[in-house]
Design a protein around this ligand. Structure first.
Ligand SMILES: *Cc1c(COP(=O)(O)O)cnc(C)c1O
Length: 247
């Protein structure tokens, strides 16, 4: 692997191309249709400059975890790309834990939210989303029932899905999970398989529920093998995280 500083343009271009290649290979290996796996470049703790550089390479979807950090960054990136005619409009995904006092900012700023895990948050996002295209919404599942972790248990998906589906300004699109890190492919795959089965089960009732947000830098191959449609990849694209985290 080429040795490059995390912020250098070549480093980004190299890592981005390498990530796209990993996705392409795995998509082919598992006979997934072309374009069925969408890369979300997770830019938390990375600079607006780094996001703009990846956008200029053709990346459209970006994920952020912290509201304060992302609001400033999204504005800065828009300003940087403003006069640039080449990149397509960017699509912003909120993938962090949702605090109810941040629902307004999230609903007003993001195109997708992956981490709805309560009725209260769903209703608040809906309230603040008015006057815009529906917020593309996923429910976060805590499949292994890990204590202290966001997400609902699998047996509560049905109720929350029905609620989200009923809210006019949210569009229910699927499920998201952040499984416990595992190094072995077969163990990674077990959890992703359960997610796929959960989506299939709930999709019968909610037809537009066709997205599975799962897989990160270290387990994206396993996620793709089990039907991930949105993979959230940070380190593999941007390198190690740099900026201090803030909420
Ligand atoms: C940070 C983060 C990612 C990206 O993780 P990497 O291991 O850097 O690819 C994906 N999903 C969520 C929810 C995250 O917080």
């Amino acid at each position: 692997m080429a040795k490059t500083s995390p912020d250098s343009r070549e480093g980004l271009a190299y890592r981005y191309a390498d990530t796209l290649e990993r996705i392409r290979e795995q998509t082919e290996r598992y006979n997934r249709p072309d374009g069925s796996v969408r890369l979300i470049a997770v830019s938390k703790q990375h600079s607006a400059e780094a996001v703009a550089a990846v956008a200029r390479l053709g990346q459209t979807d970006f994920g952020e975890n912290y509201v304060q950090e992302s609001l400033a960054k999204i504005r800065a990136v828009a300003a940087m790309l403003g006069s640039d005619s080449s990149p397509l409009p960017l699509v912003w995904h909120f993938i962090g834990h949702i605090q109810s006092r941040k629902c307004r900012d999230i609903a007003e700023t993001f195109d997708w939210v992956h981490t709805i895990d309560s009725e209260k948050v769903a209703r608040r996002l809906d309230t603040y989303r008015a006057d815009k295209a529906p917020l593309q919404s996923l429910i976060q599942v805590n499949l292994q029932d890990e204590p202290g972790k966001s997400g609902i248990s699998a047996d509560r998906i049905g109720d929350l899905a029905a609620l989200v589906d009923s809210l006019p300004n949210l569009e229910l699109r699927g499920l998201m999970a952040i499984p416990r890190p595992q190094t072995e492919f077969s163990l990674q795959r077990d959890v992703f398989r359960q997610m796929r089965e959960l989506l299939e089960h709930h999709r019968c009732r909610h037809g537009r529920m066709d997205q599975l947000s799962m897989g990160m830098s270290d387990d994206m191959e396993a996620a793709i093998s089990e039907g991930a449609t949105l993979i959230r990849v940070g380190t593999a694209v941007f390198g190690p995280r740099t900026i201090n985290q803030s909420t």
